[in-house]
Design a binder for this molecule. Structure first.
Ligand SMILES: Cc1ncc(C[n+]2csc(CCOP(=O)(O)OP(=O)(O)O)c2C)c(N)n1
Ligand SMILES: [Mg+2]
Length: 553
């Protein structure tokens, strides 16, 4: 970095310093100059997809899978508005992404005419992103530009939330001063800090509560994944000897094949043994879990505060009092230094799958698909699972990925996440995705799979074709409103340069999965399942969600 440099050059140098390697985007005239800067030799590997929502989901999943900031570059207006939904999802689920948008130059704005892609006012886009990011700036003052950019990117990392930079096209070549501290800086981004006195006291009190408890349990949530604390949490669980459950959103934050892992807790609709164990616990230590309806099976909170400790959002609640300025990382590290009683308990992993499979010739059911994927994953390394919203989100809860890499929007739950997400995730961590996706979800962003061959990506898409928006069938009288056209999914996959397969029986699915694993390209297996066939938890969830009780305890 130099003391004075062009803004565009500074952006590239800054993002290189923080270790960005890829940039996801779609250009337009209002961002083209900046986009080309990012793509220049020794710049970034550019990943373009067909539609901005795909770009946003891919960058989000890249960030989830790699543990780095995902960078997105879009044009102003039509491009920016198109990624509002994925960015809102990143905000909800604490995913650090940077959105860079172009915009019209100052001279054009002074002409007094409306500028293409403009909605209400030129500032409208900034205002919208301000609402769904932790920091948003329009870079319009060269003197402050470097500091503003630095502030936004630091905030993204501190908060693990999206940030927004709007750089109008006349600013890209503007000369800007670069403060010395930014020039000298090595590129380490700041993590939130704790007050060490509070950390010690929170850990001491937690340890005392734990050591008195007879039936303690650990509940692991999404912050463990975002702050890369899985190793510490495993160590803590092993020291405590307590069973571990994860939340819907936190699935994958604790190794699914660890002997202390019981499975996913979804409130009262959990597998009965998990529900009973959580209900019986005299102390539940929640580590990085968010209190969402989805995590609780769409029911009011069941773990009462008198028997719980919650460490999330840089706070630790011990029953009815709160320690502020205590990060999850520091809390867990301090707990590891305390004397902890070791519990001994035989922990059994539970899911909701019926134990009996149908025969290889019988009509394929969702439960059979899930059991077969588990069998497939058990024997293989290097895979991850990405689940789409809809029945697949709940079906995915039954999946056991050795080691644990698992991605799904278990809270924001937008359809369209999984296919572009799988592309971004494979770029981010190199693991080969198995994608669970419904036909409705696929019709939103699934065609982005056609981009996989360009980037040598090879997800295996397991498409559950039930002829519509199946998850709502148990609660909708007008089934005709939930129908969608039947696409020739396998033929499309074939035409897009992948392998397209169909399965109507378990035997066919098993063979298709084996064939997909051998294929160097992406594959899509269309599983033809009955219109009423849903995964075990979906029906309970959707009925609970529609007939919600409004009396929190
Ligand atoms: C962007 C978006 N629009 C609408 C919804 C509401 N929604 C949730 S699931 C679903 C239907 C899912 O259909 P499909 O992908 O075929 O999955 P299925 O439940 O049939 O397996 C809809 C419309 C959503 N979650 N996200
Ligand atoms: Mg469907």
């Amino acid at each position: 970095m130099e003391a004075r440099m062009k803004l565009g050059d500074f952006m590239v140098a800054y993002l290189k310093k923080i270790g960005a390697t890829h940039l996801f985007g779609i250009p337009g005239d209002l961002v083209l100059k900046l986009f080309l800067q990012f793509a220049r030799p020794r710049g970034f590997r550019i990943v373009t997809l067909s539609h901005e929502p795909g770009v946003g989901f891919a960058a989000d999943a890249y960030a989830r899978a790699s543990g780095r900031i995902g960078v997105v570059c879009v044009t102003y207006g039509a491009g920016g508005f198109n990624i509002l939904n994925p960015v809102a999802g990143s905000f909800s689920e604490k995913v650090p992404i940077l959105v860079v948008s172009g915009g019209p130059g100052e001279d054009e704005r002074k002409l007094g005419q409306l500028i293409h892609h403009q909605a209400k006012e030129i500032e409208s886009q900034f205002r919208m992103f301000d609402e769904i990011t932790c920091a948003a700036r329009v870079i319009d003052d060269p003197e402050r530009a470097a500091r503003d950019i630095d502030d936004v990117i630091r905030a993204i990392w501190m908060n693990r939330r999206p940030g927004y930079l709007e750089i109008h096209r006349d600013m890209v070549d503007a000369m800007i001063p670069v403060p010395k501290d930014i020039r000298d800086w090595k590129g380490d981004l700041p993590n939130p800090e704790s007050d060490s006195r509070k950390v010690i006291e929170a850990a001491r009190e937690t340890a005392a509560r734990f050591n008195r408890a007879k039936r303690p349990l650990l509940m692991v949530g999404i912050e463990v994944h975002r702050y890369k604390l899985m190793r510490e949490i495993v160590e803590l669980a092993e020291r405590m000897g307590a069973p571990v459950t994860t939340t819907v959103l936190g699935k994958g934050a604790f190794p699914m094949d660890h002997p202390l892992h019981m499975g996913v807790h979804v409130g009262p609709i959990s597998p009965p043994r998990i529900r009973k164990r959580v209900d019986d616990a005299d102390l539940v230590i929640n580590l990085g879990t968010l209190l969402t309806d989805m995590n609780l099976g769409s029911q009011p909170p069941q773990i009462t505060r008198d028997r719980s400790i919650w460490a999330v959002n840089n706070k630790v609640n011990v029953s009815f009092h709160t320690y502020t300025e205590v990060t999850l990382r520091d809390f867990v590290r301090e707990l590891l230094k305390t004397d902890l009683k070791h519990h001994r308990e035989a922990v059994l992993y539970c899911d909701n799958l019926p134990t009996r499979a149908t025969g290889p010739q019988a009509k394929l059911r969702v439960a059979d698909v899930l059991r077969e994927i588990n069998r497939f994953l058990e024997k293989r390394k290097g895979f991850m699972v990405v689940a789409e919203s809809g029945d697949s989100l709940f079906a995915g809860l039954e999946i056991k990925v050795p080691g644990g890499m698992y991605l799904a929007q278990g809270y924001y739950a937008s359809m369209g996440f999984a296919i572009p997400g799988a592309l971004g995730a494979q770029i981010g961590c190199g693991r080969r995705p198995v994608v669970l996706c419904g036909d409705g979800g696929f019709q939103m962003t699934g065609p982005e799979i056609a981009q996989a061959p360009r980037y040598a990506l090879n997800p295996i898409v397991v498409l559950l074709n039930n002829g519509g928006w199946g998850i709502f069938r148990p609660v909708t009288a007008r089934l005709d409103l939930l129908q969608i056209p039947n696409w020739p999914y396998a033929d499309l996959a074939q035409a897009w340069g992948g392998v397209g397969l169909r399965a109507e029986t378990l035997g066919e699915f098993s063979r298709a999965l084996a064939a997909a694993a051998e294929a160097p390209s992406f594959s899509l297996i269309e599983c033809r399942i009955g219109p009423k066939d849903l995964s075990p938890i979906s029906v309970k969830y959707i009925q609970g969600s529609i007939h919600k009780r409004a009396t929190p305890r």
